[in-house]
Design a protein around this ligand. Structure first.
Ligand code: PRP
Ligand code: URA
Length: 207
């Protein structure tokens, strides 16, 4: 797996906004959501289609429709900030949830919740989290989804570290990663530098 870095001018412009320390919670939330919507174009561009018979007001014809179920799975909390824009584009998608937090001293992910729709095996799963730092949370989520039967898992993030990308390449080789930027690295607290700070706190105004 090589990450797909989405080099789009609109995304880069929005990424600058979310990185800026003076961007308030409202603008941060709106912009994270907009980036997610734009990124989902790339992450879904090879979804299989099937031919369907339809009738326009004038004639019978054939159209194309998505052939597989889509399941959106945000990693709580920060992944929640990416759901709405993608759900608006794929309104029939089902939504699962994974609750994880990083232990403050070990930085390992601790699970507190999960709930998935049925038939993950036949679905394309869009796993959402703006931050891929050590990669621990993404890997734990991948493991939970695999355990529940998912086969096609696509991670959509905003900022990654090189360490996190290497970790995912090693432990989740069949999960495609879509990311807007790969930054310099992690600091001693395993935050991405330059990054954008604590995504959950900035989204929900908790600091
Ligand atoms: C953040 C972020 C990711 C995780 C990334 O969540 O949203 O889930 O850290 O770090 P990792 O790649 O090193 O695992 P956090 O655990 O702070 O929880 P929160 O979203 O509830 O604030
Ligand atoms: N979680 C965040 O929200 N930001 C980071 O830089 C790392 C983990």
């Amino acid at each position: 797996m090589n990450p797909i870095i989405i080099n789009h001018p609109l995304i880069k412009n929005k990424l600058t906004k979310v990185r800026h320390k003076d961007t308030d919670s409202k603008l941060f939330r709106e912009t994270v959501n907009e980036i997610a919507g734009l990124m989902s174009y790339e992450a879904t561009k090879d979804l299989p289609l099937e031919t369907v018979d339809i009738e326009t007001p004038l004639a019978k014809t054939q159209g194309e429709a998505l052939a597989r179920d889509i399941v959106i799975v945000p990693i709580l909390r920060a992944g929640l900030g990416m759901v709405d824009a993608i759900h608006m584009l794929i309104p029939h998608a089902k939504i699962g949830h994974i609750g994880l937090y990083r232990d403050e001293t070990t930085f390992a992910p601790a699970k507190y919740y999960s709930k998935f729709p049925l038939n993950l095996a036949g679905a394309t799963v869009l796993l959402l989290d703006p931050m891929l730092a050590t990669g621990g949370s993404a890997k734990a989520s991948y493991d939970m989804l695999k355990e529940a039967g998912a086969q096609d898992i696509r991670f959509i993030g905003i900022v990654a570290s090189p360490e996190g990308i290497d970790f995912i390449k090693k432990h989740c080789p069949d999960m495609q990663v879509y990311i807007a930027a790969v930054d310099q690295g992690l600091n001693d607290n395993k935050y991405i530098v330059p990054g954008l700070g604590d995504a959950g706190d900035r989204l929900f105004g908790t600091k």
